[in-house]
Design a protein around this ligand. Sequence first.
Ligand code: C2G
Length: 152
Amino acid sequence: MPKRVITYGTFDLFHIGHVRLLQRLASLGDHLTVCVSTDEFNAVKGKKSVIPYEQRAEILSACRYVDAVLPESDWAQKRTDIVEQKIDIFAMGNDWSGKFDDLKDLCEVVYLPRTDDVSTTSLKAYMDALRTEQIGEIKHLIETLNNKAASL
Ligand code: C2G
């Protein structure tokens, strides 16, 4: 019987950590379903993604390791999803280690190693730093031009 795997996440600013996780998840079975957090559920999680849900879902659908994409709209849907989707393995990155062991009565629960040195948070921080630097450069340019104009 083909093994069916499921995972959940925001997958904002899709990066190599996400790709490697999906690759590992796909190698666990024959079919991988990814439940992508909706923008509304992200608010519940205390997150605001840069990329809106529709685009995050489309990006995941385009990933060679992903067979199906569903919305994740609340914490409690996992049990229903596992039963309805006939899931054999529930898997997440190990930053969630132990958090979903209650699902072990329904299916195998696996936590896989995260990819170090990359995260959506660090990408956002880098973009913010770039933006701050660019604003500083623009302000300096304006000041220079004003000084030149004043000396004419
Ligand atoms: N991940 C990873 N390596 C990284 C970053 C993320 O393996 N460098 C994994 C996480 O462990 C998670 C998945 O990629 O399994 C998605 O990460 P997020 O988009 O941050 O998802 P999260 O906010 O953890 O939401 O109900 C579960 C939640 O929806 C999980």
